[in-house]
Design a protein around this ligand. Sequence first.
Ligand SMILES: Cc1cc2nc3c(=O)[nH]c(=O)nc-3n(C[C@H](O)[C@H](O)[C@H](O)COP(=O)(O)OP(=O)(O)OC[C@H]3O[C@@H](n4cnc5c(N)ncnc54)[C@H](O)[C@@H]3O)c2cc1C
Length: 341
Amino acid sequence: MDAARVAVVGAGVIGLSTAVCISKVVSRCTITVIADKFTPDTTSDVAAGMLIPHAYPDTPILKQKQWFRETFDHLFALANSAEAGDAGVHLVSGWQIFQSIPTEEVPYWADVVLGFRKMTEAELKKFPRHMYGQAFTTLKCEGPAYLPWLEKRVKASGGQLLARRVEDLWDLQPSFDIVVNCSGLGSRQLAGDMEVFPIRGQVLQVQVPWVKHFIRDGSGLTYVYPGAFHVTLGGTRQQGDWNLSPDAEVSRDILSRCCALEPSLRGAHSVQEKVGLRPTRSGVRLQREFLDRNGRRLPVVHNYGHGAGGVSVHWGTALEAARLVGECVRALRAPAPKSKL
Ligand SMILES: Cc1cc2nc3c(=O)[nH]c(=O)nc-3n(C[C@H](O)[C@H](O)[C@H](O)COP(=O)(O)OP(=O)(O)OC[C@H]3O[C@@H](n4cnc5c(N)ncnc54)[C@H](O)[C@@H]3O)c2cc1C
């Protein structure tokens, strides 16, 4: 068999990282990333990109931890390289604060981030309405820089990017031997999966260069995340809401909640509003299946449904999807079983 032709549907952080991992892990294949939206127009461009895991109720914690650790290690190496600026990846330190003692004083990811510890009384003085907090250093990975960086990696490995809407995964055969579905919310249509739904998130991007530490209110609803280009203020979690237009009333509420945590934000200027729809599911669907029609077979690897934490686990899930693609390629190359007649 010639090189296996692999189509990756989706050009958000999941599709592009999966394409890069396939090019590293699977030998003798060609890769085409197909999507109707590329950076800067994907959900992944709106994400604040903080590496703080979000819990997937249907996925074992050990698996979630493995995905997070692999992602952290990959981005930590990138943050320590000369490519850090181009890739939009950097370390950031700060606080996660609580109004009462959380049930999980030491979360499962505490030994993956750097220097995790309980906040001191002196630190907590900054947050008079909070009684408990955790301090740590993590990474921030900014979509508008990281996605173009991933696109360059795809092209450097010989892959192609194709702007096109896919109506049905089956339409990609016979041009492709294997399809990898990283279409996020698009999987409602492409995989017929009604379990995946949007959780709308609205954020503000402001110029407040004096704010250097992240602040995350324990529930994760209100946050101040400093980045290379702006500080992201969040947020909202509006379940089932498909509206991509910013809501001025919501923006006022976000600013007021964030100012309560960091009063110096009252001096914020150049406020931009952004909205994204988190492709949510009870667990990421990372699975191989075969589509069968008219006596033909198309192997499909699914990698979607990363919800509120896709950036935090993207490299781990991309590596796992790439291994599944490797299994599909080996199966295609295996000689067909001989007839016993
Ligand atoms: C406000 C906000 C803040 C966030 N902050 C964080 C954070 O700090 N940390 C974190 O880890 N996560 C965060 N997230 C979550 C993160 O953004 C998502 O988990 C992640 O972006 C999902 O990536 P994805 O590639 O699956 O989806 P997307 O980025 O939506 O990409 C889907 C791709 O599939 C393509 N596609 C879909 N259907 C079709 C079709 N029919 N034909 C062709 N192409 C198709 C789209 O065009 C697109 O290219 C945040 C999300 C939001 C909204």
